[in-house]
Design a binder for this molecule. Structure first.
Ligand code: ZN
Length: 188
C-alpha cells in the first residue's frame, strides 16, 4: 500500500513526457526511498502505448517461439504480454546465481498455464522475449521458472501490449551474468 502511494506521487511528476521516454528524477529524497527498498530501480523508462492485442496461439507450437513470432511479424520491438492456457509438456529453467548459469528441467506431462508473463526488448538489435511461466498440475501442485524453447502448446491465449519510444536494449551484465536492460549511466 505504501509503495503504491509513493509510486503515484512520483508518477505524477514524470508521466507528462509526451515525446518519448522520461527519466526518473534522482533527487536526494528518491535515493533515500530507494535505499529503504521502496523502489527497486534506479531509473524507469516511460513509453507510449502503440497497440494492445489478443492472439490465439497454435496447438502444438512452441510457446516461446510462438510469442516471439507474433512480436517479430508485426515488428513490435518493445512490449509485454500475458498468456493463459495449457501445455502438453514444458521446458523451464532456474538461474543459479552463484554459478551464473541456468539449470533446465523438462516436464513431460500436461499442465495448465496458470500464468506466463514476460517482456519484449532487443539484444544486439534483435527482438528478445523474456518470459516466466507458472504451471498447474493434475494434483493441484505448481511448478515454474524461466520459459525455454521446448514447451509445447495445447491451447493458449495471449494478451499483448506493444509500446513505442526509445528502443530498450539488453546488454551483458557482469555482476549477474545476465543480459539486462542497459542504463545509459548508473546514477549511484
Ligand atoms: Zn528469466
Amino acid at each position: 500500500m505504501e509503495k503504491r502511494t509513493l509510486f503515484c506521487y512520483y508518477s505524477s511528476q514524470l508521466v507528462p513526457s509526451s515525446s518519448g521516454p522520461g527519466r526518473w528524477p534522482l533527487t536526494p529524497e528518491t535515493r533515500v526511498r530507494s535505499s529503504l527498498g521502496l523502489f527497486s530501480n534506479n531509473i524507469m523508462w516511460f513509453y507510449k502505448l502503440n497497440q494492445m492485442f489478443f492472439e490465439r496461439l497454435q496447438h502444438d507450437a512452441d510457446l516461446l517461439l510462438a510469442i516471439e513470432n507474433i512480436f517479430k511479424q508485426h515488428d513490435m520491438r518493445m512490449g509485454c504480454f500475458a498468456v493463459i492456457g495449457a501445455v502438453k509438456g514444458a521446458h523451464i529453467a532456474f538461474y543459479n546465481q552463484e554459478e551464473k548459469q541456468y539449470i533446465d528441467t523438462m516436464i513431460d506431462k500436461p499442465a495448465e498455464i496458470l500464468s506466463c508473463i514476460g517482456n519484449v526488448s532487443e539484444i544486439e538489435g534483435k527482438i528478445s522475449v523474456h518470459a516466466h511461466i507458472k504451471l498447474g498440475y493434475e494434483d493441484s501442485s505448481a511448478r515454474g521458472g524461466h520459459l525455454l524453447e521446448g514447451t509445447v502448446i495445447f491451447a493458449a491465449e495471449l494478451f499483448g501490449v506493444a509500446l513505442e519510444g526509445e528502443q530498450l536494449q539488453r546488454t551483458f551484465d557482469e555482476v549477474t551474468g545476465l543480459n539486462l536492460w542497459a542504463f545509459e549511466k548508473n546514477p549511484y
